[in-house]
Design a protein around this ligand. Structure first.
Ligand code: FAD
Ligand code: SF4
Length: 513
């Protein structure tokens, strides 16, 4: 560790593609002795089979952020994917510029992803110059807070974490009491959507990103999904993310909590905010999203009930931070967990959307079309099916990591492997999120437009979810039979008189995959 006495001190600061936070303390002052590096890297386009909109969205936002920093007077090096000197990976890019520019100090913000963190940590161990990893200043919890909540506890219950966060940040609190008298209005967040309720159109931007799309094409970057590159719908910067946030607060928040779990053929995003991309790449800070929604609620408590705002705050202050805590505590071992030893391949139609099961067709096709599905579609349609069908969690993870606009491993994996697939054996959830057709039928209008009958378990037109549901419980009785929260299901199963036929029906379906 030494600096070169001949050359002036020069610091290189790396900005990752999901670190587009204009409010970071790095940018408070403009300095000549600091150079910022941003790079479009092949290592990042290729580590998963990404949706085309996701790659375009990241590069578009990165380029826009680099422009903003340049206009503010910062020294920026931006390496495009087709730059002949592109080094192919984040670490190779850093090493190249450290050498070329005779850098004397290297700094980076803590990456959210374990993979990138490890690469940079190992790289820094080999450097002969000083280096430092600083906070990304984005999250509302850290390892100390996590340990305070869960120290000495065997379980990691989200509700305990959420209540702690409410008190710690004094959000929706009346002194020591929760606003509205109770902590959680989850029970009021489970309504299906009546035909009479009109759903606003999703608020979309209209960017021409065809130059980036052509570059990806030229460079032969493999992607999935569809895009109209001349009418790209996702926000490119903070200003547009703020517009999306304002649209949510004004038009969608009044109905958010109530229809949070609803699904319909009529809309692909219902009353959801579609802010996960903006937050995950840090164009928005979670606290400003929470505060702006609370402000909107306070100004109009007649229209927006406490259950709407609490339901929304819980997602960001609770679930989002909780998933990060799980990822940080359990990685890298978490990525290998497969409690049920599931080993089936993901059906080909997950990549094409070509299935007669209408709920799956809707959830998958809109994911391919828009790089978006809301939480209940991810959890109770695609995730539910993958778990019931016994798909290997690696394949399920790979699909979720690729297909969504907001998919970054720290938040994708605990949601997929944990909450959705129960592959972690119950770290995130106390029981598997599985359901038969009854749940999908009660929360959506999908079954009305399906060739299968949601009420039947056996027969050519019986909904596959029904036989798979019982097959799953039967198959995993040694693991799940002792779970108090599931005991009742086994009592029902034991009383059924057509068990063999149901199991046979499930096997017949699985053999077609
Ligand atoms: P809204 O419904 O408007 O919710 C508001 C915000 O709350 C979201 O923007 C998000 O930041 C946060 N939030 C809500 N639920 C969760 C949750 N369970 N975990 C973390 N944050 C949450 N979210 C991602 O950001 N990236 C992922 O890769 C991802 N993969 C998922 C995979 C599966 C199998 C499941 C079940 C969920 C996944 N989620 C993921 C969580 C959630 O589905 C998305 O955050 C949400 O659908 C994003 O849409 P939205 O912005 O319209 O959310
Ligand atoms: Fe899905 Fe079954 Fe309903 Fe068809 S009947 S939409 S497959 S739950």
């Amino acid at each position: 560790m030494h600096s070169n006495p001949q050359s002036p001190d020069l610091t290189l600061r790396l900005i990752l593609g999901d670190q587009l936070s204009h409010a970071h303390s790095w940018f408070k002052e403009v300095r000549d002795d600091i150079i910022y590096l941003m790079a479009e890297s092949r290592s990042e386009t290729d580590y998963a089979n990404h949706h085309i909109q996701k790659v375009l969205g990241f590069f578009h936002a990165m380029r826009s952020f680099a422009d903003e920093l340049t206009q503010a007077g910062h020294r920026i090096i931006y390496v495009t994917l087709d730059d002949p000197h592109n080094q192919g990976s984040i670490t190779a890019e850093c090493l190249h510029h450290i050498k070329q520019l005779k850098i004397t100090r290297f700094e980076y913000q803590e990456p959210d992803e374990w993979r990138v963190q490890e690469h940079l940590r190992l790289m820094c161990e080999q450097l002969s110059i000083q280096s430092a990893c600083v906070s990304s200043e984005h999250f509302l919890s850290d390892d100390d807070l996590w340990n305070t909540v869960f120290k000495g506890k065997k379980t990691r219950i989200m509700e305990n974490f959420y209540r702690f966060m409410r008190k710690h940040h004094h959000i929706l609190m009346n002194d020591a009491e929760p606003e509205g008298g109770v902590w959680n209005f989850d029970k009021e967040n489970r309504k299906s959507i009546p035909k009479t309720v009109s759903i606003p159109e999703p608020f979309c931007f209209d960017h021409d990103v065809s130059p980036i799309a052509s570059m990806l094409n030229r460079m032969n970057v493999q992607t999935i999904g569809k895009v109209d590159a001349q009418h790209f719908p996702w926000p490119k910067n903070r200003e547009e993310s703020l517009q999306l946030m304002a649209y949510f607060n004004e038009h969608l928040l009044p109905f958010f909590g109530m229809y949070q779990d609803a699904m319909t053929d009529r809309s692909w995003s219902l009353f959801h905010s579609r802010l996960s991309f903006s937050m995950n790449v840090k164009m928005l800070h979670p606290l400003e999203v929470i505060n702006s929604a609370i402000e909107t609620w306070k100004n109009d408590t007649e229209t927006i009930s406490i259950s709407q705002i609490e339901g929304y705050v819980r997602q960001i202050l609770g679930w989002r931070e909780y998933m990060r805590g799980i990822y940080r505590e359990y990685m890298p071992d978490y990525a290998k967990l497969n409690t049920f030893n599931h080993d089936r391949e993901l059906p080909e139609w997950f990549w094409t959307g070509k299935t007669d099961m209408h709920c799956l067709s809707m959830a998958i096709n809109q994911s391919l079309d828009h790089a978006y599905a809301h939480h209940i579609q991810r959890l109770m349609v695609t995730g539910n099916y993958a778990l019931l069908a016994g798909i290997h969690p690696d394949h399920v993870d790979a699909w979720y990591l690729g297909i969504y606009m907001d998919a970054i491993e720290w938040v994708e994996m605990p949601n997929t492997r944990g909450m959705s697939q129960f592959a972690d054996g119950g770290i995130v959830g106390t029981k598997p999120y599985v359901s038969s057709a009854a749940y999908i039928n009660s929360m959506s209008d999908y079954c009305k437009n399906c060739t299968f009958d949601p009420k039947k378990k056996i027969g050519d037109d019986a909904c596959p979810f029904n036989s798979l549901y019982w097959y799953f419980y039967h198959r995993h009785r040694p693991l799940l039979g002792g779970n108090n929260r599931i005991g009742m299901m086994y009592a029902v199963w034991d009383k059924m008189d057509n068990k063999e036929a149901i199991l046979h029906q499930a096997e017949k379906h699985l053999n077609t995959l």
